[in-house]
Design a protein. Sequence first.
Length: 219
Amino acid sequence: MTVKTRFAPSPTGFLHVGGARTALYSWLYAKHMGGEFVLRIEDTDLERSTQEAIDAIMEGMEWLELNWDEGPYYQTKRFDRYNEVVDQLLAEDKAYKCYCPKELLDEIREEQMAAGIKPRYDANNPKIVAANAAATEDSPFCIRFRNPKEGTVVLMIKSVVTSKLRTVSLMILSFVVQMVAQRIISVWLSMTGIWGLLKLFAVKTTLTIRLVKLISIKH
């Protein structure tokens, strides 16, 4: 069986350090297992996704040398398949249509926060029940999972990052931070100011990722 890992950034913004870290771990595990690293673009947020962000994410990954074996796949190209699955879930009564408008959900969320309650969707909220009852088949809706009313729903996530990899990452990061911070930052800042600090941070992140990749592959 071929191991496949994937990195699925959302192009509602540019590639950040946390995203680069996630991509690095997925890339490392795929290479360690002789598998494939897949890039998938989560561009289903049509209001906020931009081509500029997509280009910046891909350029950032190329700059960090986190090259993908498959993709990029775009989620917006798979709407036909998603609609098939939605119809199946509705037919099996595993999902339902919610006609509650976004404005009403925002209002309920504000009421919950004002009452000191953690904001969450509550299908039994009288306002949501009324909105669904008043809707017609032509009303806008979203699809929600129909979770059981009794029992427990458990989400299990298996970590693929070994303790050895975490140790190596922390060792390299500690080394880079100490060496760069102690010997370069003070001089760099005196010469370039805040923009120099930002550039130095980008360079430090790049060095960290490349060193972790190098050491992990060799071990």
